[in-house]
Write a protein that binds this ligand. Structure first.
Ligand SMILES: Nc1ncnc2c1ncn2[C@@H]1O[C@H](COP(=O)(O)OP(=O)(O)OP(=O)(O)O)[C@@H](O)[C@H]1O
Ligand SMILES: [Mg+2]
Length: 305
């Protein structure tokens, strides 16, 4: 079995609203696979279906060889899952939280101590074993939650926005752990709307309004999606100028990134005209994943309207 997860036209409808529309993906073993998309695009719905928690309306799929529609209970038992609103017990210590989850997963008593100390070491919580969960900072809490989710040593792990609300340093530390798990062979399916995190995934699936609009490695997406010459310029009054620049005939796209404007030109030959028009100096850049997403979102909009 090459794929840890495989779906075919997986769909979930709530009433008359289609939250996920015919999602077909293949996730390789040991891969870090990221679902990226704006709020409401269907990331949580997808993860919940793949975990066997939410029944698909139609379509099919399998996780580690188990059928999503017929064997959701089996799937629940073998995966690790950290939900978007993961629950730690605030009034239990770090050690007690891990012990509690070890109990839920039915880890035999004789193995628990060893497993818990491995998790404490993995989550860089050594010395904090007796601290109450409520007293941990955001990054530590998230790492403890990860420890709880993988105490049963699952070979596939689902993480729904595991790093929301923690500092950039905390997020980096968390992703290092994910990388390590993947290096050891664990398949990691993660949702995020942080581009820097998406950048660290082996493969990214972009969701927009319940539909998969692109799926590839970060590098391939940058090469294949953004067609033209991407340049960056610094303009003091960037917000006032963006509409005007967007209308230039050789400009395909325009987006604001802080003080910087990213402009997608038909070709590099249009740089001079842009410089003259803006009285700034454009510099060729490699498109970022954010640029990829902006391009994809605009393409979608054009197709719909
Ligand atoms: N139980 C439900 N009943 C009705 N609608 C739902 C239900 N669960 C999700 N939805 C809707 O489905 C859509 C997708 O929601 P989902 O939570 O999967 O998005 P998301 O990408 O995880 O968003 P976020 O980034 O905010 O977490 C949303 O419009 C949401 O309102
Ligand atoms: Mg969500």
């Amino acid at each position: 079995m090459e794929h840890a997860v495989s779906t075919c036209e997986l769909t979930r409808v709530f009433g008359s609203f289609t939250a996920i529309d015919k999602l077909s993906v293949n996730i390789r073993r040991g891969e870090i696979y990221g679902f990226l998309g704006p709020n409401g695009s269907g990331k949580t719905t997808t993860i919940r279906m793949l975990c066997g928690i939410l029944q698909p309306t139609s379509g099919s799929g399998s996780v580690l060889g188990f059928d999503l529609l017929r064997e959701p209970e089996k799937i629940k038992q073998i995966i690790g899952y950290m939900s978007q609103k993961f629950s730690l017990y605030d009034d239990l210590t770090v050690y007690e939280n891990l012990d509690f989850y070890a109990g839920i997963y039915g880890i035999p008593y004789r193995e628990r101590k060893k497993r818990i100390s491995e998790m404490i070491e993995m989550a860089l919580l050594t010395g904090r074993e007796q601290d109450m969960a409520i007293n941990l900072g955001g990054g530590l809490k998230q790492r403890l939650a990860l420890g709880c989710a993988i105490i049963s040593q699952p070979s596939i792990l689902f993480l729904d926005e595991p790093t929301s609300g923690i500092s950039p340093a905390g997020r980096r530390a968390f992703f290092k752990l994910i990388k390590k798990l993947s290096g050891e062979g664990t398949t990691v399916v993660v949702t995020t709307h942080f581009m820097d995190e998406a950048e660290r995934c082996h493969k990214i699936a972009f969701l927009s309004e319940g539909r998969l609009i692109a799926c590839d490695t970060p590098d391939n997406l940058k090469k294949s999606v953004v067609k033209g010459c991407m340049v960056e310029l610094e303009l003091p009054d960037v917000m006032d100028r963006v509409n005007d620049i967007e209308k230039l005939p050789y400009v395909k796209e325009c987006s604001v990134h802080g003080l910087m404007l990213h402009v997608l030109l038909e070709t590099a030959g249009h740089m001079e005209a842009l410089n003259l028009h803006t009285k700034a100096r454009a510099k060729i850049i490699r498109p970022s994943l954010e640029d990829v997403f902006i391009t994809l979102a605009r393409q979608e909009k054009r197709q719909v309207s």
